[in-house]
Design a protein around this ligand. Structure first.
Ligand code: ADP
Ligand code: ZN
Length: 599
């Protein structure tokens, strides 16, 4: 069957996305390929469709064992003959799959790398026609990358067992060097390279000042009841606290951190995956291998440690391509805390310096006055094509002001007090505060004492933060965030250069943060459609529970939204929905049509 028909009839989609069509053509013509596409870009179809179009079985290598069962369940719902082989199966299940494989019954076989490399598995595939080999998470083959796996290196050996079948390597993260490692280490032949940008167009980015984080979180969540999301915190304690407060406010929220016992962690993760609209409050321990497609938001209540980490963590939102939100609150205190953690770690000095630079880059990005999305992409050496699909800066460009004089005052005060104090004390001196500490230190006798009383405490804090973000000051982690001047200050102090600062929005906890601003796919549901959506979601959950699979295996949110809006009445109309192919129409069409008829 041709790829377009498979796309429509099996997967229920009308058009290919991005490079999918070209990749699939390369596969079908027996060419090797390397595919770098951001999460949610649609990598799976790049091998699933050729797997169905070509004779024989497609082998999909993936290290994410925990996901295989769900991935295969989702394919079976589409009527695809898929199976998986990994250490979670018992001997009988393995034997049954080996038989299916030998008889040529399987279209797709998912297999863990260590399993594929076993002599008996290789022997098994020797006797089978192989359509193609897909290596997912291919960056694991590079020692240069962060997820290096030794067994991935050995995968090239498998080539001797797969004849002329084309190989395709896929990953979401690979810089130039990692890409070449992948091609070399998997011994891809004349591989065509398909590299899509980093842009996650359906994620809306917003960063706000941390004022009252819990209140800010509540404001953000107000219009998002019933949606699944992740809230990241730095410490286990704040994870527990936050989860408790959310639960008290009636949210379905669960904690997740490395300090919880394994059973609780597994249970909470399972609920997040299986139930609708669960919020997980977590440390960074949560997320590896979480492939839930309908995570609608990722909130950071504390700063992550780098832009890379931020991109990866927020990247867990909106894998299904529907609108999602990344919301972060941060303050200078976060920076000091993280710097301290870097400096106290037992890494070598070079490593620490790099970590520190990464943190500064992140802070600079937080304070950016131009498009946040473009800034994120440019950090990865990528450019934004076309207009921004949504970020706080583009939604409401910040007002800037000439901060030269204020900055000069601030910097002189730092110098006068011996570069030994944090922002709080400096601001007290500038504002002429009447504090015992100031009198004891004799700082009330300094020429800078009280010269900044015309500027509010809040505004001074904003100025201090921006001076750090722009690299004029360093918050010394070894001395509790004591501020120190850098080389950059000279021209500014001499009056040779001016400094543009951004005006913080009035009231940092700005209510408007709660509003949805993404222009992307998710059409706002009117009240009636929203009620129908809820009912459809209940039906989906009931069916998912009957079959013991996560709800998104039945239908993605995007399909349910479309259903609630368009309210199809016939099989033909139902088939017209995105994500509905022949098999899902047969399996679920009548039950959903019936539910729609009752509304
Ligand atoms: P990746 O593996 O790159 O993270 P997936 O293959 O899981 O991404 O695809 C992400 C989402 O996009 C899935 O929900 C998938 O069904 C959907 N999708 C992929 N290709 C298309 C397409 N051509 N049209 C509509 N939806 C698509
Ligand atoms: Zn923007």
């Amino acid at each position: 069957m041709n790829p377009q028909r498979i796309l429509e009839e099996t997967f229920g989609y009308a058009e290919f996305r991005g490079a999918q069509r070209e990749v699939i053509d390369a596969m079908v013509h027996g060419q090797d390929a390397l595919v770098v596409m951001p999460t949610g870009g649609g990598k799976s179809l790049c091998y699933q469709i050729p797997g169905l179009a070509l004779a024989g079985t497609a082998i999909v290598v993936s290290p994410l064992i925990a996901l295989m069962a769900d991935q295969v369940a989702a394919l079976r719902q589409l009527g695809v003959r898929a199976a998986f082989l990994n250490s979670t199966l018992d001997v009988f299940e393995q034997r049954a799959i080996a038989n299916d494989l030998r008889s040529g019954y399987l279209d797709l076989l998912y297999v863990a790398p260590e399993r594929l490399l076993m002599a008996e598995t290789l022997e098994l595939i020797d006797g089978v026609e192989i359509a193609l080999v897909a290596v997912d998470e291919a960056h694991c083959v590079s020692a240069w990358g962060h997820d290096f796996r030794r067994d991935y290196l050995e995968l090239a050996r498998v080539r001797e067992h797969t004849g002329a079948a084309p190989w395709i390597a896929l990953t979401a993260t690979a810089d130039e060097r990692t890409r070449e490692d992948i091609v070399a280490n998997l011994r891809l032949r004349d591989a065509r390279r398909f590299v899509a940008g980093f842009d996650r167009h359906n994620i809306h980015y917003q960063v706000a000042l941390k004022a009252q984080p819990m209140q800010q979180l509540f404001n953000f969540l107000e219009s998002r009841r019933g949606e699944a999301g992740i809230v990241y915190c730095l410490s286990r304690r704040s994870v527990e606290d936050t989860a408790q407060k959310l639960a008290d406010a009636g949210y379905d929220a669960l904690p997740y951190h490395a300090g919880l016992d394994a059973g609780t962690r597994a249970r909470n993760q399972e609920r997040f995956l299986r139930a609708d609209g669960v919020i997980v409050v977590a440390t960074v321990a949560f997320g590896m291998g979480i492939d839930k497609p309908d995570v609608r938001f990722v909130v950071h209540l504390d700063l992550p440690k780098s832009i890379e980490a931020y991109y990866q963590e927020t990247g867990r939102a909106g894998r299904d391509g529907a609108a999602a939100q990344a919301y972060m609150v941060y303050g200078l205190q976060d920076v000091v805390r993280l710097s301290q953690m870097v400096s106290e770690s037992d890494a070598d000095e070079d490593h620490k310096r790099v970590e520190q630079q990464k943190l500064t880059a992140l802070l600079g990005w937080c304070e950016i006055t131009s498009c946040r999305r473009a800034g994120l992409l440019s950090y990865f050496g990528d450019a934004l094509e076309g207009a921004c699909s949504g970020c706080d800066v583009c939604d409401a460009p910040p007002v800037t002001f000439d901060g030269t004089e204020a900055a000069q005052k601030f910097l002189s005060c730092v110098v006068r007090t011996g570069q030994r104090f944090g922002a709080g004390h400096i601001i007290d001196v500038l504002r002429g505060a009447d504090r015992p500490k100031i009198h004891q230190l004799g700082h009330d006798a300094l020429p800078t004492y009280g010269i900044g009383s015309d500027i509010s405490d809040l505004r001074w804090r904003s100025i201090a933060r921006q001076l750090v973000a722009q690299g004029y000051l360093i918050a010394d982690p070894n001395r509790y965030g004591a501020l120190r001047l850098t080389q950059m200050c000279r021209p500014l102090l001499r009056g040779d250069s001016a400094l543009l600062l951004r005006e913080d929005p009035a009231g940092a906890a700005a209510k408007r943060s709660a509003k949805r601003r993404t222009r992307e796919p998710a059409v706002e549901l009117d009240a009636e459609s929203a009620a129908i959506f809820e009912r459809l979601r209940e039906l989906r959950k009931a069916i998912a529970d009957e079959q013991n699979v996560p709800p998104y295996v039945i239908f993605h949110d995007a399909t349910l939204r479309e259903m609630a809006l368009l309210r199809p009445q016939s099989h033909a109309e139902f088939l017209g929905l995105g994500g509905v192919g022949q098999s899902k129409l047969e399996r679920f069409g009548d039950r959903f049509l019936e539910a729609l008829g009752e509304s």
